[in-house]
Design a binder for this molecule. Structure first.
Ligand code: ATP
Ligand code: MG
Length: 352
């Protein structure tokens, strides 16, 4: 039986509430699908730790994770710690240090969930946003000039490399070829005149190698509008770091709640562990009440199983999520129900 070594980072707020739910689901599936999981939990890697010790994780944090097969993360964030500290103190070093250049965010409108968008009929919306995860607009390059004077300015440079763009496009086209055979590229080459035309050229070059994939490109402003007006019209959407960040949060809202949305930070070459985390943050407004929606964390665990070579187990999880939502009224508060995190998890386990 294959054993996978999993690093658990519960983090802050609702992270430590939703991660145990994901773990219970994983432990249920192992025996049936012929794998086992051993866990190492990094309970204090969090904003709380940052407040106490000035760092989210130890200096040798990445080395502690390096020999694991995957990382499952709850959430990091704290009202007393600025977002950029929690991002740059943990998430971004892991994403970049382990070359997790694909951020995969599947979106589905499940039967039984009410989308705020009228056109998003349950069962019809099933798309994946592939976001470039390590370069692009979120660079540290740039600076401030003429501080305090009327001429003061801030310059932020976006860095797009041929290697960095090509590898994420390659992943997205392969995924599109395996799924519905359709791909949309997010661009803005009418306004961003250096990086985005480069992105578009590389998309066209990659597309030539995937004749079976029907592709197009849309400017990000029009694309955002279409995500709301006709989300069922998309299959695989590939986007730069910033555009993908915005589109995937938008799509998660279309799906009915940010509490549902999962994410995978993938190192497709498997040189390093990949990291799986719900899209939502620490949700300090509901933390400690046991009412967080665990679907995002549980679905993220399913993405992890898929990555570890257990697609049938992953499908069991998403099927069970779909069944609870379609066939029962057990749902957490964000989806209009009264179930607790534990109630929902029990109901789901009952179907596995
Ligand atoms: P952070 O700073 O960690 O990103 P945040 O408050 O900015 O936290 P989220 O944690 O994503 O962002 O929360 C946004 C809103 O969505 C909050 O009102 C929160 O309660 C709600 N929310 C997020 N995740 C869940 C969940 N799993 N279940 C229920 N509600 C959620
Ligand atoms: Mg946030």
């Amino acid at each position: 039986m294959t054993n996978h070594r999993i690093a658990l980072i519960p983090g802050d707020g609702i992270g430590p509430e939703v991660l145990p739910a994901a773990r219970r689901v994983l432990d249920r599936l192992g025996p049936r699908h012929g794998f086992s999981l051993s866990y190492t939990s990094y309970d204090d890697w969090s904003c709380e730790r940052h407040l106490r010790e000035g760092a989210m994780m130890p200096a040798d944090g990445l080395d502690q994770l390096r020999d694991k097969d995957a990382i499952l993360l709850g959430a990091v964030g704290h009202p007393g710690v600025p977002d950029h500290v929690s991002l740059w103190g943990l998430l971004i070093p892991i994403r970049r240090g382990f070359r997790q250049y694909v951020n995969l965010r599947p979106i589905r409108v499940f039967d039984g969930v009410e989308s705020p968008v009228r056109g998003a009929r349950p069962g019809e919306v099933d798309l994946v946003v592939v976001r470039e995860n390590v370069e692009g607009e979120y660079s540290q390059s740039g600076g401030r000039l003429h501080s305090g004077s009327p001429e003061e300015m801030a310059v932020q440079e976006a860095v797009f490399t041929r290697t960095g763009v090509t590898r994420v496009l390659d992943y997205a086209f392969r995924l599109a070829a395996r799924r519905g055979g359709r791909l949309t590229s997010a661009t803005k080459s009418n306004g961003i005149v250096h990086t985005m035309p480069f992105w578009d050229e590389l998309v066209a070059a990659r597309a030539a190698r995937f004749p079976g994939v029907d592709w197009d490109q849309e400017h990000i402003d029009a694309l955002a509008a279409k995500f709301v007006l006709d989300p069922a019209g998309f299959d695989v959407v590939v986007a730069s770091n910033l555009f993908g960040d915005i589109l995937s949060d938008l799509a998660a809202a279309v799906a009915g709640s940010i509490g549902i949305a999962p994410a995978a930070n993938l190192n497709p070459e498997r040189e390093f562990p990949s990291m799986f985390e719900p899209v939502h943050g620490s949700a300090p407004d509901i933390a400690g009440q046991g009412v967080a929606n665990p679907i995002g964390a549980i679905w993220s665990a399913a993405l992890m199983l898929d990555h570890l070579g257990h697609p049938a187990a992953a499908k069991d999880v998403t099927d069970a999520i779909a069944t609870v939502l379609a066939k029962t009224d057990v749902r957490t508060r964000d989806l209009g129900g009264t179930a607790t995190t534990a109630d929902f998890t029990e109901t789901l386990l009952g179907l596995l």
